[in-house]
Design a protein around this ligand. Structure first.
Ligand SMILES: *Cc1c(COP(=O)(O)O)cnc(C)c1O
Length: 388
C-alpha cells in the first residue's frame, strides 16, 4: 500500500466477495456462521481471526477502522455509534474510581457533561486548564492523574496547544494522552505521530462531511486498543455497518473536501479580519492567531471553522445571523453547507457568562463552519448579512 493519504483513503478496502464488486458492499448481518463446532470454539478463543457478531466486528466497520488507523499512523482502532460513545468508551476503558483527568477547559459540551455529571458519580475527578497557557499543565498533574484530554483546535474558541509539548509531559508522568482530533481530521493533524496515545474523532463531522450519519473513531496502539475492545465489546456502543459503509466511502473524498474547506475558510478569515464591523477573527492560519506558529507546526492547513466576534454583543450577533440567507443556522458543523452558530445562546448556553469568557465565547461570538459552496456566494452572504 502507498504511503500517500489520498491513495490509502481510496484503495484500502475490505476483501471482496466472490462477486468481485468494485465498490465494497454493505454487510447487513448481525451475526456470522461457522463451518463447524471447532471453528466456533477457535473464534471465541481468539485462536482464529474472523467475524462472530456485529457488536464485535463486521467487514464494513473493520474496513473503516483499518483505513482510519492507516491514515492517522496508528497501529489499531475501534469505531463507535457516535463521537460521544468514542469518548465515553475511552474514559470507561481506562479510568477507575479515584482517578483524576486533566482536560482542556474548552471541550465539547457533552464531554464537559461526562466529566461533571457522569464520571464524577463514579469517583473520578477532573481539572481544567487553558490551551493558551501551556506553562500551567504540568503543575496540574496529580499523583492520581490517569489521563490528559485535549481538544485542539478548540470548539468554538479556536485555541491551540502544542501537542508534542503535552505529549512529553504526559510521558514524563506516565499519564495517558488522549486527543479529540475532530476539528482537524487525520488529513490536517496526526496527534499519534506527535506523541499522543489515543486520537478520537466524531466521524459525524468532517469524516462524513455531508451531514448524514453519526459515528465515532478511537485510534491508538494495539495494547491500548485491546483495553478499548474489552470495554466496548460488552458495553455495546457499536457503530452500525450502514454508517461504517457510508463513512468509509466518505473518507475517499476527505482530502479534496478538506482542501476546499480550508481554502474557503482562509479566504473568509482574511476577508473578515479587514472588515470594520468585526471585532475579532480566530482562525489557526491567520498570522494574527496567538498560537499561529504552533498551528503551522502541527497542522497541514487551518481547518474549516472560523470563529468571529461581531460588534454589538448578542444583538449584533443575532442581527448578523438573521441577515444570512444561504448559511444554515444550525448547531452542527463540518458539512458541505456553510453553517452559522451562536454559541452563547445555543451550544454553550448552559455555562455562566464567566465560564463562557474563560473558553473565549463572548456574547457577539459566532462560529462559522465554512462549507463547499462557491467562495463568491459564501463571501456575498456574509457581506450582505453584515450590511443588513
Ligand atoms: C461533535 C463533537 C463531538 C461529539 O460527537 P457526536 O458524534 O455528536 O457524538 C465530540 N467532540 C467534538 C470536538 C465535536 O465537535
Amino acid at each position: 500500500m502507498s504511503e500517500n493519504f489520498e491513495t490509502i483513503a481510496i484503495r484500502l478496502q475490505a476483501e471482496r466477495s466472490a462477486f468481485k464488486e468494485h465498490s465494497v458492499p454493505l454487510y447487513l448481518t448481525s451475526s456470522y456462521k461457522f463451518d463447524d463446532a471447532e471453528e466456533m470454539r477457535a473464534l471465541f478463543a481468539n485462536e482464529k481471526e474472523g467475524n462472530v457478531y456485529s457488536r464485535y466486528a463486521n467487514p464494513n466497520t473493520t474496513e473503516l477502522i483499518d483505513k482510519m488507523a492507516a491514515l492517522e499512523g496508528a497501529e489499531a482502532g475501534w469505531v463507535t455509534a457516535t463521537g460521544m460513545a468514542a469518548i465515553f468508551t475511552t474514559f470507561g476503558a481506562f479510568l477507575k474510581s479515584g482517578d483524576h483527568v486533566l482536560s482542556s477547559r474548552s471541550v465539547f459540551g457533552s464531554t464537559h457533561q461526562l466529566l461533571t455529571n457522569v464520571f464524577s458519580k463514579w469517583g473520578i475527578t477532573y481539572s481544567y486548564a487553558n490551551l493558551d497557557q501551556p506553562e500551567v499543565w504540568e503543575g496540574l498533574i496529580q499523583s492520581n492523574t490517569k489521563l490528559i484530554f485535549i481538544e485542539t483546535p478548540s470548539n468554538p474558541g479556536i485555541d491551540i496547544i502544542d501537542l508534542a509539548f503535552i505529549a512529553q509531559i504526559a510521558k514524563k508522568h506516565g499519564v495517558l494522552f488522549v486527543v479529540d482530533n475532530c476539528f482537524a481530521t487525520p488529513y490536517l493533524q496526526q496527534p499519534i505521530k506527535l506523541g499522543a496515545d489515543i486520537s478520537i474523532h466524531s466521524a459525524t463531522k468532517y469524516i462524513d462531511g455531508q451531514g448524514r450519519t453519526l459515528g465515532g473513531v478511537i485510534l491508538g496502539s494495539k495494547v491500548n486498543m485491546l483495553e478499548i475492545e474489552a470495554f466496548a465489546r460488552h458495553s455495546g456502543p457499536a457503530m452500525s455497518p450502514f454508517n461504517a459503509w457510508i463513512l468509509s466511502k466518505s473518507l475517499e473524498t476527505l482530502a479534496v473536501r478538506m482542501d476546499r474547506h480550508c481554502e474557503n475558510a482562509l479566504k473568509v478569515a482574511e476577508y473578515l479580519e479587514k472588515h470594520p464591523k468585526i471585532k475579532l477573527v480566530k482562525y489557526p492560519f491567520l498570522a494574527s492567531h496567538p498560537q499561529y506558529a504552533i498551528a503551522k507546526k502541527q497542522m497541514k492547513q487551518g481547518g474549516g471553522i472560523v470563529t468571529i466576534v461581531v460588534n454589538g454583543g448578542v444583538e449584533g450577533a443575532r442581527k448578523f445571523m438573521d441577515g444570512l440567507k444561504m448559511f444554515s443556522i444550525s448547531a452542527n458543523l463540518a458539512d458541505t453547507r456553510s453553517i452559522a452558530t451562536h454559541p452563547a445562546t445555543s451550544t454553550h448556553s448552559k455555562l455562566t457568562e464567566e465560564q463562557r469568557l474563560e473558553v473565549g465565547i463572548e456574547q457577539g461570538s459566532i462560529r462559522l463552519s465554512i462549507g463547499l459552496e462557491h467562495i463568491d456566494d459564501i463571501l456575498k452572504d456574509i457581506e450582505d448579512a453584515l450590511n443588513a
